[in-house]
Write a protein that binds this ligand. Sequence first.
Ligand SMILES: [Zn+2]
Ligand SMILES: [Zn+2]
Length: 366
Amino acid sequence: MKFRAAVLRQPRTPITIEEIECTALQPTDVLVKVAAAGLCHTDLEVIEGQLVYPMPIVLGHETAGTIEQVGSAVGAKRRGEKVVLSWNPHCGHCFHCERDQPILCETYIGHGPQAVQIDGTTRLRLNGETLRTMFYIAGFAEYAIVTDACAIAMPADMPLDRACLIGCGVMTGVGAALNIARLGYGESVMVIGCGAVGLSAIQGAQMAGATTIVAVDRNRDRLALARRLGATHTAAVPEEDALAIARGVTQGRGVDCVLESAGNAPAFRLSAEACRTGGQIVWLGKTGVNEDVAFRWGALMGEKRIVRSSYGGARPNRDFPMLARAYLEGRLDLDTYVTRHLKLEEINSGFEDLRAGKGIRSVIEF
Ligand SMILES: [Zn+2]
Ligand SMILES: [Zn+2]
């Protein structure tokens, strides 16, 4: 079978649209006709060479579509199902899976850097050459081949250009509030960084019942969106003093929880300073793996709990349908995120917007 895909051959070079081939489906594979795919910052990290993968590679991991074919071990009734793809396939029985940490699954972590399927083999070819698969999905293509456990069924009335966002940014942000921080009614929260993940953290905090939500960003347009999605206070850094604002609304203590999604040293430092003693800090952002970040030691003391999370504690089978229902019931806004629709051919210009911090999410529609 042949179809079009966006191929990256080298970091810092333009992506090209190529006709590629896929090998036969393995027993547990499903073939998904992609309807929509969001451009995520992690894709950009691969393009910029900060996150290193073998190449050529097909990026894209925020993807929704319809199952068109199934492998021999997958029930035929899944054909025609609308799905969102999870980028965390896991074995279910290794050391970390048994400890409820599928994001650390030994098979998942072991094969991840090779950008292959979860069984360690590849499916995609370009003129006979092996193509790599980002995050077990390769979603910037007309079709994606994933293991069936990664294709999570959506309600039939869920629009797929919104559903795709659930697969990465929305899951990570909402999940940080609900699954990792387990926020409760009346709690105070600071969210640093108001891109798709941060805005989702704000919505997750609101779903959990947080009543004080301080949003922090450098961009005032994003802070306006943050207010629309549930932030009660905003701090436009560096002009406004986010720490003073957080203390001002918490009787000087600092917030119960900081959800950080900006991924830079000042943001990490602010997260530690703004958290009250005994509170918790969830880091979602990341900086270069070999970079140092310095902290004032006193800011880390006082029984604070610090967690780094990649996927918001995602249990996709449990959480993706919940997020879709929340959207359909009007309790989770996804419409505001989609600031641009693209064709596959326009993918490079979508990444230019992302690099420039323009808009929230660009979504490729097929
Ligand atoms: Zn992502
Ligand atoms: Zn495992």
